[in-house]
Design a protein. Sequence first.
Length: 476
Amino acid sequence: MMITCTRPDGAEWVAADLGFLLHKNPGRVQVFEQSYGSAHVVYPEATDERCTAALLLEIDPVRLVRGKSGGATEFSLGQYVNDRPYAASSLLAVAISTVFGTALHGRCAQRPELAETALPLRIELPAVPCKGGLELVERLFAPLGWQVAATPLALDPAFPDWGESHYVRLELTGTMRLARALTHLYVLLPALDGSKHYWLSADEIDKLLRAGEGWLSAHPEREWITRRYLARRQSLVRVALARLAEIDDATPEQLDAVEEAVDEHEPAPKTPPLAVARRAAVVRTLRELGARRVLDLGCGEGALLRELVEHREFGEIVGVDVSVRALRVAQRRMERLPAWMAQRVHLHQGALTYTDASLRGFDAAVLMEVIEHIDPPRLAALERAVFGAAAPRAVLVTTPNGEYNTLYESLPAGRFRHTDHRFEWSRAEFGSWARAVADNHGYTVRFEPIGPADDRHGPPTQMAIFARDAREGEPS
């Protein structure tokens, strides 16, 4: 990471005073031992007009994992062979805190007035993980006053046909206090990376709120930032969001929607949150249909499974997902339940675009917020696998109503609610697809709104309820 300060015309300070703020002498190369290796501070340039300080991390992968316990992972070498030595992550955030701690907290005994001065700064980060793409970086840093220049990095420059990686070269330019700039990096770099290299405790909430003081509570992406900074530890996320709610007089209940729907850009609605209303609508409809054996296709981490199992009439519940990690989370959720609940739930790893004979014969299947994650050319395969091969008696499909997106002030025009969404259909588009599926496979279909409906744009979520036409009989 490089921080460059340029002296404006007429300023009473010189650019090399950056060394006072950072508490590091520009005339010396300094090394600071870290638990995972070493942090080096050097000044490639230090003149009255321009000064650059570079923080370079030297990561020792053995030291990084030393002392950690636990069984072997699916890819045991992954703890030694990874991107930690090359990409900005929580390791860099910790180095900022330990090496530039005085500057991070806005203190400078020798130049206190400079610590309170907005400086022309440029920050360069050669490799930043960003699976959300360039737009995500812009959404995170631009509201804080930065001009953002992000360049995707090739997966391998020697093989351009391989395309781009999920890393970007990031350059931030802005005029602000150095302490404020460092707090932005301290919070947002771990959020972009989405993981921490150390165990998270309740103290992490205090760190987040201290670093985010004066900007995080008003940030349009504060819920996403909070969740990612806390590595999706829901017990910590709930407390942090509640404390942020107190800062801006919002209620914790208004923020529940973000806890319920990971990475969605839904604003926090009045009760009930959209994610809660969605699950309630699905459960209610399944009960009205008299379903006993239920498939949750694309079950993720088991939020719907957790509610289905509360109802004894659902005698057999099967959750299917392609993600092994998500299924492990769902399994842990089930293990915390009483035995009479957990024994009715079975988890199954599989892709929804492939037929699976074990999924035949169920009363109902649910595809809750799933189809929009599938590339349109593969929807036909999902249709064959679910409606043709599995052929449950009823199928419930929920998906965002793209027309409603214009009502989300924090969602830029043309953007989807989730970075992984391939499409978000209008009511007409969803209706056309659903009716074609019903005709192709002997179902009737009706539609229900979920969430508060707008007179012009409709509801935020739309649900199609497919029922097998009794005249068609059982599929062959």
